[in-house]
Design a protein around this ligand. Structure first.
Ligand SMILES: [Zn+2]
Length: 442
């Protein structure tokens, strides 16, 4: 095995192998688990498990929490070589030639300064602000300093979208993409793009770590992944969290002064976010069972189409698609559309069809909430108060509207059965950023 495989990582080694002795003297051997009374703690994911649950024969133990990365047990050791930053920097580092708006410019400088100081910082930027381009300068300077960097996201689709953009922006930098669904072997590279889950394989590797869409499931709810991000960074390293919708955990860290925060409340085109309009429709679920949609919703859909705008209509569940589809087929005659959901085998074709203007609208579940952009659309949610929509998902959904300079506004309407905390929080997050944005525009 190439020694570089161990740089800044914790590579799991089986008992027979480590008993034979290390392949090189520079490799450190680290323990995998710690026992505290009746609890056993995994040193890869930081989670504790009761010994009776984690038990293996002969008084050995394993960790059930991170087992999908390969089983960590007391029978294993980790091999580790401290990160040597063994990179050659080839100029130019930044091969991106785009332009930032004055506001993006300001945020890019904040990010750059924070990364240079290895600060722990949060950039709260509205959906459609152009976050990725704002990281480029900070990343470029860090690469020039021969730092090892990672850009991680809780979501595979975000990683898949980021990787080619980063490759294009940093053509002379060694880069690797790591996620659970891929077969390609690991390779030592100066810039790693990976899912936050993959960070568990690293140990004090990165001088700066950027976590994009930090609010996205499952990161927000997962202590193991928060632990992973902390231990993947060098003790002196910095961390930049990027989000459009910081959850309560991050906001608490800001309040306690553990995390510096900067805001980007305006979109790249300088406009505010479209406000969410709420429509109370107490009996919508029952109505659906009798093939009725709220009249106010149907009227709104017709108004959008008559005005020449296309739209996305979100529903809570895949099963709702089968009911809403036929209703709209009758109610909105002559308007081509389709329904699509996460597990739909034709999902990519359908989304492309919407991009190509084949459809006037899509009826969908949460899957299109992030990363998908159609210009000039309106956005509606039927049953926004369903628990399937978190407040951050609702902010992301609302953020699909008004992204194009050709139509920086858009109608965003939520139909709800009753008042709900998640919906209120989404509305107030958007209002909060718009208040900040308005002061910048004055
Ligand atoms: Zn574990």
């Amino acid at each position: 095995m190439d020694l570089s495989e161990y740089y800044g990582r914790r590579v799991l080694v089986d008992q027979p192998e480590w008993r034979q002795g290390k392949p090189a003297p520079s490799i450190e051997t680290l323990p995998t688990m710690e026992r505290h009374g009746q609890m056993i703690r995994c040193l890869r994911c930081g989670q504790e498990t009761a010994c009776r649950i984690a038990a293996l024969p002969n008084n050995e133990f394993y960790c059930p929490h991170c087992i999908n990365l390969g089983r960590v047990a007391t029978l294993n050791k980790f091999y580790h070589v401290p990160e040597p930053n063994q990179f050659t920097v080839s100029s130019p580092v930044l091969t991106w030639t785009g332009q930032l708006s004055p506001l993006q410019e300001k945020a890019a400088t904040t990010v750059d300064t924070g990364m240079a100081a290895h600060r722990h910082q949060l950039l709260w930027a509205v959906t459609g602000a152009g976050k990725t381009e704002m990281m480029f300068r900070g990343i470029a300077h860090a690469l020039e300093r021969r730092e090892r960097l990672a850009v991680a996201s809780p979501r595979v689709d975000v990683c898949l979208e980021l990787y080619p953009r980063l490759q294009a922006a940093f053509q002379n930098t060694s880069m690797v993409l790591l996620h659970g669904r891929q077969e390609l072997p690991y390779r030592y590279a100066q810039l790693t793009v990976c899912t936050t889950h993959q960070l568990l394989r690293f140990y004090h590797a990165f001088d700066n770590l950027i976590i994009d869409e930090v609010d996205a499931f499952p990161f927000a709810a997962n202590d193991a992944l928060l632990f992973a991000s902390r231990q993947a960074v060098k003790e002196t390293g910095g961390c930049l969290y990027l989000t459009a919708t910081p959850g309560p955990a991050l906001l608490r860290q800001v309040q306690h002064g553990k995390l510096a925060v900067s805001y980007l409340p305006l979109r790249y085109h300088g406009h505010l976010l479209p406000r969410i309009r709420l429509h109370l429709a107490p009996g919508w679920r029952r109505g659906l069972q009798h093939s009725h949609l709220p009249a106010s919703l149907l009227n709104q859909l017709r108004r959008s189409l008559d005005a020449g705008y296309r739209f996305l209509l979100f529903v809570p569940h895949v099963t709702d698609l089968a009911v809403v589809g036929p209703i709209l087929r009758t109610a909105l005659l002559h308007h081509p559309f389709t329904t699509v959901h996460a597990a739909d085998p034709d999902r990519l074709v359908k989304v492309q069809g919407m991009r190509d203007g084949k459809y006037d609208f899509l009826v969908t579940t949460t899957i299109l909430e992030r990363g998908v952009t159609f210009p000039e659309i309106d956005v509606f949610v039927l049953g926004a108060d369903d628990p399937v929509f978190s407040s951050s998902a609702l902010v992301q959904i609302a953020g699909r509207a008004g992204r194009a300079l050709s139509r920086p506004t858009g109608t965003v309407g939520f139909w709800i059965g009753g008042q709900c905390r998640r919906v209120r929080s989404a509305v107030s997050q958007i209002d909060f950023m718009n208040r900040k944005g308005r002061t910048l525009k004055q």
